[in-house]
Ligand binder design. Structure first.
Ligand SMILES: Cc1ncc(COP(=O)(O)O)c(C=O)c1O
Length: 425
Protein backbone atom coordinates (compact mmCIF):
# COMPACT_ATOMS: atom_id res chain seq x y z
CA UNK A 1 0.00 0.00 0.00
CA UNK A 2 1.24 3.46 -0.86
CA UNK A 3 0.45 7.14 -0.48
CA UNK A 4 -0.93 7.00 -4.06
CA UNK A 5 -3.46 4.36 -2.93
CA UNK A 6 -4.51 6.73 -0.16
CA UNK A 7 -5.06 9.56 -2.62
CA UNK A 8 -7.01 7.28 -4.96
CA UNK A 9 -9.28 5.48 -2.50
CA UNK A 10 -9.74 7.68 0.57
CA UNK A 11 -11.84 10.83 0.61
CA UNK A 12 -10.09 14.16 0.42
CA UNK A 13 -11.41 15.30 3.81
CA UNK A 14 -8.50 13.72 5.68
CA UNK A 15 -5.80 16.18 6.75
CA UNK A 16 -2.90 14.01 5.57
CA UNK A 17 0.15 16.01 6.62
CA UNK A 18 2.74 13.27 6.72
CA UNK A 19 3.09 11.47 3.35
CA UNK A 20 3.73 8.02 4.81
CA UNK A 21 1.83 4.75 5.24
CA UNK A 22 2.23 3.34 8.73
CA UNK A 23 2.35 -0.36 9.43
CA UNK A 24 3.24 -1.18 13.03
CA UNK A 25 4.23 0.40 16.33
CA UNK A 26 5.61 -0.45 19.76
CA UNK A 27 5.88 1.86 22.76
CA UNK A 28 6.59 5.28 21.27
CA UNK A 29 8.13 3.89 18.06
CA UNK A 30 6.25 3.59 14.75
CA UNK A 31 7.40 2.07 11.45
CA UNK A 32 6.11 2.79 7.97
CA UNK A 33 5.73 0.29 5.12
CA UNK A 34 9.21 1.18 3.86
CA UNK A 35 10.76 0.27 7.21
CA UNK A 36 11.43 3.88 8.34
CA UNK A 37 11.16 4.41 12.09
CA UNK A 38 9.54 7.45 13.74
CA UNK A 39 9.18 8.52 17.36
CA UNK A 40 5.57 9.25 18.14
CA UNK A 41 5.21 12.49 20.08
CA UNK A 42 1.57 12.94 19.12
CA UNK A 43 -0.04 9.58 20.03
CA UNK A 44 -2.57 9.64 17.19
CA UNK A 45 -4.22 12.85 18.44
CA UNK A 46 -3.55 12.04 22.09
CA UNK A 47 -5.05 8.55 22.03
CA UNK A 48 -2.18 6.17 22.73
CA UNK A 49 -1.57 7.16 26.35
CA UNK A 50 -0.44 3.67 27.37
CA UNK A 51 2.06 3.14 24.52
CA UNK A 52 1.55 1.36 21.22
CA UNK A 53 0.83 -2.39 21.30
CA UNK A 54 1.07 -2.77 25.07
CA UNK A 55 1.03 -6.57 25.63
CA UNK A 56 -1.59 -6.43 28.36
CA UNK A 57 -3.97 -4.45 26.16
CA UNK A 58 -3.27 -6.64 23.11
CA UNK A 59 -4.06 -9.77 25.15
CA UNK A 60 -7.25 -8.30 26.57
CA UNK A 61 -8.46 -7.55 23.05
CA UNK A 62 -7.52 -11.02 21.74
CA UNK A 63 -9.19 -12.78 24.65
CA UNK A 64 -12.37 -10.74 24.42
CA UNK A 65 -12.56 -11.19 20.64
CA UNK A 66 -12.63 -14.92 21.18
CA UNK A 67 -15.47 -14.62 23.70
CA UNK A 68 -17.86 -12.11 22.13
CA UNK A 69 -17.25 -9.18 19.80
CA UNK A 70 -20.54 -7.32 19.83
CA UNK A 71 -24.05 -7.61 21.19
CA UNK A 72 -25.51 -4.11 21.74
CA UNK A 73 -26.83 -2.49 24.88
CA UNK A 74 -30.15 -4.23 25.21
CA UNK A 75 -28.28 -6.54 27.57
CA UNK A 76 -25.40 -5.85 29.92
CA UNK A 77 -22.05 -7.39 29.06
CA UNK A 78 -19.12 -8.22 31.32
CA UNK A 79 -16.43 -5.81 29.99
CA UNK A 80 -18.92 -2.90 29.78
CA UNK A 81 -19.80 -3.44 33.44
CA UNK A 82 -16.21 -4.00 34.57
CA UNK A 83 -15.05 -0.84 32.85
CA UNK A 84 -17.98 1.22 34.19
CA UNK A 85 -17.18 0.03 37.71
CA UNK A 86 -13.51 0.92 37.28
CA UNK A 87 -14.43 4.35 35.89
CA UNK A 88 -16.63 4.99 38.92
CA UNK A 89 -13.60 4.15 41.11
CA UNK A 90 -11.22 6.53 39.38
CA UNK A 91 -13.51 9.41 38.38
CA UNK A 92 -13.42 12.55 40.51
CA UNK A 93 -16.31 14.01 42.51
CA UNK A 94 -19.71 12.38 42.31
CA UNK A 95 -19.33 11.04 38.77
CA UNK A 96 -20.55 7.47 38.95
CA UNK A 97 -22.62 6.37 35.97
CA UNK A 98 -21.28 5.75 32.48
CA UNK A 99 -22.79 5.89 29.01
CA UNK A 100 -20.64 4.55 26.15
CA UNK A 101 -20.22 6.16 22.75
CA UNK A 102 -17.83 5.63 19.84
CA UNK A 103 -16.19 9.03 19.45
CA UNK A 104 -15.60 12.20 21.40
CA UNK A 105 -18.09 13.94 19.12
CA UNK A 106 -20.79 11.49 20.10
CA UNK A 107 -19.86 11.76 23.76
CA UNK A 108 -20.27 15.55 23.68
CA UNK A 109 -23.60 15.21 21.82
CA UNK A 110 -24.77 12.82 24.53
CA UNK A 111 -23.60 15.15 27.29
CA UNK A 112 -25.52 18.11 25.86
CA UNK A 113 -28.60 15.97 25.30
CA UNK A 114 -28.49 14.80 28.90
CA UNK A 115 -27.90 18.31 30.23
CA UNK A 116 -30.83 19.67 28.24
CA UNK A 117 -33.09 16.87 29.37
CA UNK A 118 -32.10 17.36 33.02
CA UNK A 119 -32.60 21.07 32.72
CA UNK A 120 -36.10 20.75 31.18
CA UNK A 121 -37.43 17.62 32.84
CA UNK A 122 -35.90 17.78 36.32
CA UNK A 123 -35.15 21.48 36.81
CA UNK A 124 -38.17 22.80 34.92
CA UNK A 125 -36.04 25.26 32.92
CA UNK A 126 -36.20 25.98 29.18
CA UNK A 127 -32.83 24.32 28.49
CA UNK A 128 -32.39 26.78 25.64
CA UNK A 129 -28.73 27.72 25.99
CA UNK A 130 -25.37 26.06 26.30
CA UNK A 131 -22.29 28.14 27.02
CA UNK A 132 -19.02 27.18 25.35
CA UNK A 133 -15.76 29.09 25.02
CA UNK A 134 -13.71 30.77 22.32
CA UNK A 135 -10.94 28.42 21.07
CA UNK A 136 -12.92 25.37 22.24
CA UNK A 137 -12.93 22.15 20.27
CA UNK A 138 -15.74 19.69 20.94
CA UNK A 139 -15.95 17.74 17.67
CA UNK A 140 -17.16 18.04 14.10
CA UNK A 141 -20.81 16.92 14.09
CA UNK A 142 -23.57 19.52 13.64
CA UNK A 143 -24.03 20.33 17.33
CA UNK A 144 -20.41 19.74 18.27
CA UNK A 145 -19.11 21.82 15.39
CA UNK A 146 -21.36 24.60 16.63
CA UNK A 147 -19.75 24.23 20.06
CA UNK A 148 -16.30 24.18 18.46
CA UNK A 149 -15.20 27.76 18.10
CA UNK A 150 -12.83 28.11 15.20
CA UNK A 151 -14.29 29.19 11.88
CA UNK A 152 -11.74 27.19 9.89
CA UNK A 153 -13.69 24.02 10.73
CA UNK A 154 -17.04 25.52 9.67
CA UNK A 155 -16.40 26.96 6.22
CA UNK A 156 -18.84 26.35 3.34
CA UNK A 157 -21.26 24.30 5.41
CA UNK A 158 -24.43 26.39 5.19
CA UNK A 159 -26.24 26.02 8.49
CA UNK A 160 -24.63 22.68 9.37
CA UNK A 161 -22.67 24.23 12.24
CA UNK A 162 -25.46 26.49 13.39
CA UNK A 163 -27.17 24.63 16.17
CA UNK A 164 -29.45 27.00 18.10
CA UNK A 165 -28.66 28.20 21.60
CA UNK A 166 -24.87 27.88 21.63
CA UNK A 167 -23.16 30.95 23.06
CA UNK A 168 -19.37 31.39 23.01
CA UNK A 169 -17.69 33.45 25.71
CA UNK A 170 -14.05 34.57 25.97
CA UNK A 171 -11.75 31.81 27.12
CA UNK A 172 -8.89 32.32 29.58
CA UNK A 173 -6.26 32.43 26.82
CA UNK A 174 -4.22 34.81 28.94
CA UNK A 175 -1.12 34.84 26.74
CA UNK A 176 -3.13 36.80 24.18
CA UNK A 177 -5.26 38.78 26.63
CA UNK A 178 -4.58 42.54 26.67
CA UNK A 179 -3.75 42.64 30.38
CA UNK A 180 -2.16 40.57 33.11
CA UNK A 181 -3.21 37.06 34.11
CA UNK A 182 -5.29 38.24 37.06
CA UNK A 183 -7.24 40.65 34.85
CA UNK A 184 -7.68 37.91 32.23
CA UNK A 185 -8.96 35.54 34.90
CA UNK A 186 -11.40 38.04 36.39
CA UNK A 187 -12.65 39.37 33.05
CA UNK A 188 -13.38 35.94 31.56
CA UNK A 189 -15.13 34.74 34.72
CA UNK A 190 -17.15 37.95 35.04
CA UNK A 191 -18.36 37.46 31.46
CA UNK A 192 -19.65 33.97 32.29
CA UNK A 193 -21.39 35.23 35.40
CA UNK A 194 -22.88 38.17 33.52
CA UNK A 195 -24.16 36.00 30.66
CA UNK A 196 -25.65 33.36 32.91
CA UNK A 197 -27.39 35.84 35.21
CA UNK A 198 -28.36 38.69 32.92
CA UNK A 199 -27.97 38.14 29.16
CA UNK A 200 -29.35 34.61 28.98
CA UNK A 201 -30.94 34.12 32.38
CA UNK A 202 -30.01 31.14 34.50
CA UNK A 203 -33.49 29.69 33.97
CA UNK A 204 -32.55 29.25 30.30
CA UNK A 205 -29.00 27.92 30.59
CA UNK A 206 -28.75 24.13 30.58
CA UNK A 207 -24.98 23.79 30.82
CA UNK A 208 -21.52 25.25 30.57
CA UNK A 209 -19.07 23.06 28.67
CA UNK A 210 -15.32 23.54 29.00
CA UNK A 211 -12.14 21.57 28.31
CA UNK A 212 -10.08 21.71 31.54
CA UNK A 213 -7.05 22.14 29.26
CA UNK A 214 -8.07 23.34 25.81
CA UNK A 215 -6.32 21.01 23.37
CA UNK A 216 -6.97 21.83 19.72
CA UNK A 217 -7.25 25.52 20.61
CA UNK A 218 -3.51 25.49 21.45
CA UNK A 219 -3.09 23.73 24.82
CA UNK A 220 -4.57 26.59 26.77
CA UNK A 221 -4.35 26.07 30.53
CA UNK A 222 -6.78 28.25 32.50
CA UNK A 223 -5.09 30.26 35.28
CA UNK A 224 -5.03 28.78 38.79
CA UNK A 225 -8.42 28.88 40.41
CA UNK A 226 -10.31 29.63 37.16
CA UNK A 227 -12.07 26.27 36.85
CA UNK A 228 -13.03 26.31 40.51
CA UNK A 229 -14.59 29.75 40.06
CA UNK A 230 -16.39 28.51 36.94
CA UNK A 231 -17.81 25.66 39.01
CA UNK A 232 -18.97 28.20 41.61
CA UNK A 233 -20.84 30.22 38.97
CA UNK A 234 -22.48 27.04 37.67
CA UNK A 235 -23.51 25.95 41.19
CA UNK A 236 -24.85 29.37 42.23
CA UNK A 237 -27.06 29.43 39.15
CA UNK A 238 -28.13 25.77 39.02
CA UNK A 239 -26.41 25.29 35.70
CA UNK A 240 -24.76 21.97 34.91
CA UNK A 241 -21.00 21.92 34.44
CA UNK A 242 -19.66 19.64 31.71
CA UNK A 243 -15.94 18.92 31.73
CA UNK A 244 -14.85 17.79 28.27
CA UNK A 245 -11.98 15.42 29.12
CA UNK A 246 -11.90 13.76 25.69
CA UNK A 247 -8.29 14.78 25.13
CA UNK A 248 -7.12 15.62 28.64
CA UNK A 249 -8.27 12.45 30.41
CA UNK A 250 -6.58 9.22 31.40
CA UNK A 251 -3.32 10.50 32.80
CA UNK A 252 -2.38 12.88 29.99
CA UNK A 253 -2.07 15.93 32.28
CA UNK A 254 -0.39 14.19 35.20
CA UNK A 255 -3.66 13.52 37.03
CA UNK A 256 -6.08 10.84 35.89
CA UNK A 257 -8.51 13.58 34.84
CA UNK A 258 -7.42 17.17 34.25
CA UNK A 259 -10.16 18.82 36.27
CA UNK A 260 -8.72 17.09 39.35
CA UNK A 261 -5.96 19.72 39.23
CA UNK A 262 -8.53 22.18 40.55
CA UNK A 263 -10.62 19.80 42.58
CA UNK A 264 -13.65 20.64 40.46
CA UNK A 265 -16.88 18.65 40.73
CA UNK A 266 -18.41 18.16 37.32
CA UNK A 267 -22.00 17.13 36.67
CA UNK A 268 -21.09 15.45 33.42
CA UNK A 269 -17.69 14.46 32.07
CA UNK A 270 -17.01 13.45 28.49
CA UNK A 271 -14.30 10.94 27.66
CA UNK A 272 -12.84 9.61 24.42
CA UNK A 273 -9.46 9.10 22.78
CA UNK A 274 -7.42 7.17 25.40
CA UNK A 275 -10.55 5.61 26.95
CA UNK A 276 -10.44 2.75 24.42
CA UNK A 277 -6.64 2.34 24.69
CA UNK A 278 -6.43 2.39 20.88
CA UNK A 279 -9.91 1.11 20.03
CA UNK A 280 -12.75 3.50 19.25
CA UNK A 281 -14.48 4.10 22.56
CA UNK A 282 -15.82 7.24 24.18
CA UNK A 283 -18.48 8.09 26.70
CA UNK A 284 -19.90 10.29 29.35
CA UNK A 285 -20.01 9.94 33.09
CA UNK A 286 -22.56 11.65 35.24
CA UNK A 287 -23.84 11.78 38.79
CA UNK A 288 -26.74 9.73 40.14
CA UNK A 289 -28.68 12.98 40.37
CA UNK A 290 -28.29 14.01 36.71
CA UNK A 291 -28.81 10.44 35.51
CA UNK A 292 -32.38 10.76 36.84
CA UNK A 293 -33.22 12.71 33.70
CA UNK A 294 -32.82 9.69 31.39
CA UNK A 295 -35.56 7.21 30.70
CA UNK A 296 -34.70 3.80 29.20
CA UNK A 297 -34.40 4.14 25.43
CA UNK A 298 -33.63 7.86 25.55
CA UNK A 299 -30.15 7.41 24.18
CA UNK A 300 -28.09 4.63 22.58
CA UNK A 301 -25.95 3.83 19.55
CA UNK A 302 -25.36 0.48 17.86
CA UNK A 303 -21.81 -0.01 19.08
CA UNK A 304 -22.36 1.36 22.59
CA UNK A 305 -20.66 -0.75 25.23
CA UNK A 306 -18.78 -2.80 22.65
CA UNK A 307 -17.17 -5.61 24.68
CA UNK A 308 -13.84 -5.60 22.84
CA UNK A 309 -13.40 -1.84 23.13
CA UNK A 310 -14.43 -1.97 26.80
CA UNK A 311 -11.98 -4.82 27.51
CA UNK A 312 -9.21 -2.75 25.92
CA UNK A 313 -10.25 0.29 27.94
CA UNK A 314 -10.21 -1.61 31.21
CA UNK A 315 -6.79 -3.14 30.48
CA UNK A 316 -5.55 0.35 29.58
CA UNK A 317 -6.66 1.86 32.89
CA UNK A 318 -5.03 -1.04 34.74
CA UNK A 319 -1.79 -0.43 32.85
CA UNK A 320 -1.95 3.29 33.69
CA UNK A 321 -2.47 2.61 37.38
CA UNK A 322 0.07 -0.25 37.64
CA UNK A 323 2.78 1.61 35.75
CA UNK A 324 1.82 4.96 37.33
CA UNK A 325 1.83 6.49 33.87
CA UNK A 326 0.07 9.68 35.02
CA UNK A 327 2.94 10.27 37.46
CA UNK A 328 5.45 9.70 34.67
CA UNK A 329 3.49 12.18 32.52
CA UNK A 330 3.79 14.81 35.23
CA UNK A 331 7.52 14.25 35.78
CA UNK A 332 8.54 14.06 32.13
CA UNK A 333 6.18 16.86 31.10
CA UNK A 334 7.61 19.24 33.70
CA UNK A 335 11.11 18.35 32.51
CA UNK A 336 10.31 19.08 28.85
CA UNK A 337 8.58 22.37 29.66
CA UNK A 338 11.39 23.59 31.92
CA UNK A 339 14.03 22.79 29.34
CA UNK A 340 12.09 24.62 26.63
CA UNK A 341 11.53 27.65 28.88
CA UNK A 342 15.20 27.69 29.89
CA UNK A 343 16.21 27.75 26.23
CA UNK A 344 14.85 31.35 26.19
CA UNK A 345 14.49 31.31 22.40
CA UNK A 346 12.88 34.55 21.15
CA UNK A 347 10.68 32.45 18.82
CA UNK A 348 9.08 30.75 21.80
CA UNK A 349 6.34 33.06 23.02
CA UNK A 350 5.03 30.70 25.66
CA UNK A 351 5.48 27.11 26.80
CA UNK A 352 2.38 25.86 28.57
CA UNK A 353 0.62 22.68 29.50
CA UNK A 354 0.17 20.09 32.14
CA UNK A 355 1.90 16.73 32.14
CA UNK A 356 2.45 15.48 28.61
CA UNK A 357 -0.11 17.86 27.12
CA UNK A 358 2.31 20.56 26.04
CA UNK A 359 1.93 23.57 23.76
CA UNK A 360 4.76 25.74 22.49
CA UNK A 361 3.46 28.97 21.01
CA UNK A 362 5.80 30.25 18.30
CA UNK A 363 5.97 33.98 17.64
CA UNK A 364 7.86 36.65 15.72
CA UNK A 365 8.32 40.42 16.21
CA UNK A 366 7.31 40.20 19.85
CA UNK A 367 4.07 38.24 20.15
CA UNK A 368 2.86 37.95 16.56
CA UNK A 369 1.81 34.37 15.75
CA UNK A 370 4.29 32.57 13.49
CA UNK A 371 2.46 29.75 11.66
CA UNK A 372 5.15 29.60 8.94
CA UNK A 373 7.84 28.80 11.49
CA UNK A 374 5.52 26.26 13.12
CA UNK A 375 5.11 24.45 9.80
CA UNK A 376 8.88 24.47 9.26
CA UNK A 377 9.44 23.11 12.75
CA UNK A 378 7.03 20.28 12.12
CA UNK A 379 8.82 19.45 8.85
CA UNK A 380 12.23 19.75 10.49
CA UNK A 381 11.22 17.41 13.30
CA UNK A 382 9.79 14.94 10.81
CA UNK A 383 13.13 14.89 8.96
CA UNK A 384 14.71 13.94 12.30
CA UNK A 385 12.19 11.13 12.72
CA UNK A 386 9.66 12.75 15.06
CA UNK A 387 5.91 12.96 14.71
CA UNK A 388 4.56 16.00 16.53
CA UNK A 389 1.31 17.95 16.32
CA UNK A 390 0.43 21.57 15.69
CA UNK A 391 -2.66 23.56 16.56
CA UNK A 392 -4.05 26.79 17.91
CA UNK A 393 -6.31 29.24 16.13
CA UNK A 394 -3.36 30.85 14.38
CA UNK A 395 -1.68 27.52 13.59
CA UNK A 396 1.36 28.58 15.63
CA UNK A 397 1.35 26.12 18.50
CA UNK A 398 3.57 23.03 18.46
CA UNK A 399 1.82 20.24 20.33
CA UNK A 400 3.78 17.58 22.19
CA UNK A 401 1.60 14.68 23.32
CA UNK A 402 3.65 11.46 23.41
CA UNK A 403 2.50 8.18 24.94
CA UNK A 404 2.79 8.52 28.72
CA UNK A 405 5.32 5.68 28.66
CA UNK A 406 7.95 8.01 27.19
CA UNK A 407 11.21 7.90 29.10
CA UNK A 408 13.20 10.86 30.40
CA UNK A 409 16.00 10.03 27.92
CA UNK A 410 13.64 9.98 24.95
CA UNK A 411 12.08 13.24 26.13
CA UNK A 412 15.48 14.85 26.69
CA UNK A 413 16.70 13.97 23.19
CA UNK A 414 13.46 15.13 21.58
CA UNK A 415 13.61 18.46 23.45
CA UNK A 416 17.23 19.04 22.36
CA UNK A 417 16.24 18.30 18.77
CA UNK A 418 13.21 20.56 19.00
CA UNK A 419 15.28 23.46 20.31
CA UNK A 420 17.82 22.96 17.52
CA UNK A 421 15.09 22.74 14.88
CA UNK A 422 13.38 25.93 16.15
CA UNK A 423 16.76 27.72 16.13
CA UNK A 424 17.65 26.61 12.61
CA UNK A 425 14.20 26.98 10.95
C1 LIG B 1 -11.84 18.13 23.85
C2 LIG B 1 -12.36 17.35 22.68
N1 LIG B 1 -13.67 17.06 22.61
C3 LIG B 1 -14.18 16.35 21.60
C4 LIG B 1 -13.38 15.92 20.56
C5 LIG B 1 -13.96 15.12 19.44
O1 LIG B 1 -13.53 13.80 19.52
P1 LIG B 1 -13.59 12.82 18.27
O2 LIG B 1 -12.60 13.31 17.28
O3 LIG B 1 -13.25 11.48 18.84
O4 LIG B 1 -14.98 12.85 17.75
C6 LIG B 1 -12.01 16.20 20.59
C7 LIG B 1 -11.11 15.76 19.51
O5 LIG B 1 -10.02 16.20 19.33
C8 LIG B 1 -11.49 16.94 21.68
O6 LIG B 1 -10.18 17.24 21.76
Amino acid sequence: MSVEDGRAYLQSAYPIIYPIVLERAKGIEIWDVDGNKYLDFFSGFGVINYGHSHPKIVNAVKEQMEKIAHIGMIYYNVPALELAKKLAEIAPGDLKKTYYANSGTEAVEGAIKLAKKYSVKVQGKTGAYVIAFDFAFHGRGALTLTLTHERKYKRHLGHFANYPGVVHLPSPYCFRFPGDVETCKNYTLEKVDEYVRYHLGSENVAAIIMEPVMGEGGIIVPPDGWLKELEKIARENDVLLIMDEVQSGFGRTGKIFAHEWEDVRADIMTMGKALGAGLPLAGTMTTEEVDKAWEPGDHNVTFSGNPVACAAGLAGIEVMLEEKLHENAHKVGEFIMKKLRDSALPAIGEVRGRGLFIGIELVKDGKKPDPELTKKVKEGMFKRGYIIGTGGMFGNVVRIEPPLTVTMDQADKMTDDLIEVIKSS
